[in-house]
Design a protein around this ligand. Structure first.
Ligand SMILES: [Zn+2]
Ligand SMILES: [Zn+2]
Length: 743
């Protein structure tokens, strides 16, 4: 650094959002740089922070000295730092919080070595049981941890505990701090790398469409300037092979790759293909890595040893040097958006900004591109390549069944239409497989008293409880509250008046066995996949023909390839069509099209049966025709008519807290202030309860803002947030470009 720059502006990890100035002692001047980690005094206590600026003069008269430099090199490269600043501005989030999201926590706390810790309970079994029940609602993550310690009374390794409890390290740390658990160090074990035997494969010959797409992408890669390619390809059209060959060009040019996927559990097939094609080092980042493992991967990536990083949305922040290519597979998936915490970033938009800063190329791939991306291709912001053909199979035949007629036929409710049952039987006799989709888990989806008319609801959320037959309990799908099956009505206390209604996946499985006792089924939903590895196990069993039929929620519609599946049944398309949200039509089209894409991907022809009460619904018709272009143009007209993205910028502000009055008042005050700040060209909608008005004992309100696509909205939202500091009991969440206006 220049000797004149003797003041460092430091962003603390915790506590204060605005940066503080410190003097750089002479000894540190040569190594001090933006992005370097430091220890600084704050009211007499040493605190961790990051240097965000070096300057000649301080903002205040007297400044203290930096105590210590914690890293020799900056932890954030210049371009990642610029990216952090953009995210901070665009998503109205203090830079401190953005840096927190970008750097793994182990790194921030300067953990050096991975330690193997063994965790035991300090409490007796009855005490533990009691505490576990107490924590179930308020601290469900902690309860999950205690569940595991009840199952393993002798204790277990920290890493095993995290995996089994399916949680992060933080609830465990809290339990240790609260003197409920204790840990001891164990000897270092060998690092658990999932080294599998891989058979190397060679690039496949591309079909013409694939070749044309790859040629465009390689041209951008060779030019070495920022470009975005939208690869629109129907399921089975060979997008992955295009990715692989684009990766190959990137690696050969000495550059590195970030490969984003919507969900880690669906990556096994793609990861296998990457590993068999490229001997270079590949790292999979997932949320169950321990702090130590994450820390280690981070350094490996930054040192350039890792050539391909694969991961979910936060992998877009990996410190990959010489970035050449970013791939977002299934770019339309909403899991790319962080929705419950600030910054509410979308990995796609962050990827575009990062690629722009680092002159990299982005490939967005999807069978059903998001409306925004497809629109950007129309506007020539993205280069569009379409893959219409499936490798060696035709598109599946789709049939829509009107369930109103089926109900008339059977004089009552039925889960399966005759057409669907016949088709299932036929597939079974041919030794082919079927997938059934129903987007509701559990046995029956509500419980109602026939005497007083009351629906049994969660005491903590405004939601009807779902009955699960296997465990004989009623549960809340928002907070996991559990209640033993009721004998009498909780409101009027009448006996034998409770009636259960609505079917979930558990009932579908039972009902099917009642009709076809011989059929072998597997079920894939959040209930059957609570444990790590259970997805893979179910997929593996199904693939190796251990079952004739797979029943599941939307998880079954995504990603994986089962060559013997020739029939897909969608038991009810109505739920997806009925959500009061501006993206409902788009999401329904995507789900139905993706589910249809599961049928007949190999040599066998496929069939899709969609059951509905609204056969005339346009979105359903378009999905049945698998006509993306018609869907796109129609939906674009609707968005234009009602002024929704991409025709405006949309933001949502959500307020939540335990006292209804305080939440509503905070919301009103925020909204009024924003009305004063923004010009009248912005439309500020009224404050209303959210789609889920109460979750985990917290009341929720929201309002929407629509306006021109300018930076003004972000600027003013941040300003109002600063003007109205959050009250302790009400949480304010600013969501720029929300995925949903309902939840
Ligand atoms: Zn009752
Ligand atoms: Zn609940």
């Amino acid at each position: 650094m220049s000797p004149a720059l003797k003041i460092a502006s430091v962003l603390l990890d915790e506590g204060i959002d605005r940066p503080l100035d410190y003097a750089v002692p002479l000894a540190f001047r040569s190594t001090c740089a933006v992005g370097v980690r430091v220890l600084v005094p704050v009211r007499g206590h040493p605190k961790h922070g990051t240097i965000i600026e070096l300057k000649r003069e301080a903002e205040v008269a007297s400044v203290q000295n930096i105590i210590e430099l914690l890293s020799e090199k900056p932890l954030l490269s210049d371009s990642l730092f610029a990216l952090a600043k953009w995210i901070s501005f665009y998503y109205c989030t203090p830079l401190r919080k953005v840096v927190q999201v970008m750097l793994p926590s182990g790194l921030r706390k300067n953990i050096q070595k991975r330690k193997q810790l063994f965790v035991r309970s300090k409490l007796s079994r009855p005490e533990l049981l009691h505490l576990c029940q107490e924590l179930r609602i308020k601290k469900p993550e902690q309860a999950l941890v205690l569940d595991q310690l009840l199952l393993h009374p002798k204790g277990l390794l920290l890493s095993a505990l995290i995996e089994k409890a399916q949680t992060s390290e933080s609830p465990i740390k809290t339990l240790i701090k609260n003197n409920i658990l204790h840990t001891e160090e164990m000897a270092q074990e060998a690092s658990p790398i999932d080294e599998q035997e891989v058979f190397s494969t060679k690039p496949k010959t591309l079909r013409d469409e694939q070749k044309r797409a790859l040629t465009k992408i390689t041209a951008s890669l060779e030019e070495g300037v920022f470009a975005t390619h939208l690869l629109h390809g129907v399921t089975g059209s060979g997008k992955t092979e295009v990715y692989l060959q684009a990766i190959n060009s990137t690696l050969k040019a000495g550059k590195n790759v970030i490969f984003l996927v919507p969900e880690i559990i669906l990556t096994s097939q793609t990861l296998e293909r990457l590993r068999s094609r490229f001997p270079e080092k590949i790292v999979l980042l997932h949320h169950r890595l321990s702090d130590g493992e994450r820390h280690e991967s981070w350094h490996e990536i930054r040192n350039g040893n890792v050539r391909i990083v694969m991961g979910a949305r936060s992998a877009i922040f990996s410190p990959t040097p010489k970035l050449g290519l970013i791939i977002l597979d299934e770019e339309h998936e909403s899991s790319y958006k962080q929705q419950d915490d600030q910054p509410t970033y979308h990995a796609r938009d962050v990827a575009l900004m990062r690629a722009k800063l680092e002159n990299a190329v982005v490939i967005l791939g999807s069978a059903t591109p998001s409306l925004e991306s497809r629109y950007n291709a129309d506007q020539k912001k993205f280069q569009l390549s379409s893959l219409h053909r499936r490798g060696n199979a035709d598109l599946a035949q789709v049939k829509v069944v009107d369930m109103r007629l089926e109900f008339e036929k059977t004089k009552g409710f039925t889960l399966f239409s005759d057409a669907l049952l016949d088709a299932i039987k036929k597939r079974r006799s041919l030794g082919e497989q079927t997938i059934l989709l129903l987007n509701r888990r559990g046995y029956q989806t509500s419980c109602l008293c026939t005497k007083c008319g009351e629906t049994v609801r969660c005491p903590h959320c405004d939601l009807a409880l779902t009955y699960h037959l296997g465990e004989e309990i009623l549960t809340c799908h928002l907070c996991d509250f559990r209640l033993l099956k009721l004998r009498s009505c909780p409101k009027c206390h009448a006996d034998e008046t409770l009636k259960y209604k609505g079917a979930g996946t558990e009932m579908v499985e039972r009902a099917l066995h009642a009709i076809l006792p011989e059929i072998r089924t597997l079920r894939l939903d959040a209930d059957t996949t609570r444990h790590k590895g259970s997805h893979e196990l179910i997929f593996r069993q199904f693939r190796s023909a251990k079952a004739d039929l797979l029943i599941g929620t939307q998880m079954v519609a995504k990603g994986l390839h089962f060559p013997a599946v020739t029939l897909v049944g969608i038991l009810s398309a109505d739920g997806a069509l009925n959500i009061p949200d501006f993206r409902a039509g788009e999401k329904a089209f995507q789900l139905l099209t993706q589910a249809a894409g599961r049928a007949g991907r190999a040599e066998l022809a496929g069939e899709v049966i969609i059951q509905t009460h609204m056969p005339e619904h346009t979105m359903l018709q378009l999905a049945a025709a698998q006509d993306y272009e018609a869907f796109f143009h129609q939906e674009l007209e609707v968005r234009k008519l009602f002024s929704f993205p991409p025709f405006c910028r949309l933001a949502k502000v959500v307020f939540s807290g335990e006292k209804l009055k305080n939440v509503e008042e905070t919301g009103k005050r925020f909204r009024m202030k924003l009305i004063q700040e923004l010009p009248p060209s912005f439309q500020i909608l009224p404050l209303v309860p959210c789609g889920h008005p109460k979750v985990r004992d917290k009341f929720r309100f929201q309002f929407l803002i629509k306006g021109a696509r300018s930076t003004l909205l972000s600027q003013k939202l941040a300003l109002v947030q600063q003007m109205l500091p959050a009250k302790r009991d009400v949480r304010t969440l600013v969501d720029v470009d929300p995925e949903s206006t309902f939840f």
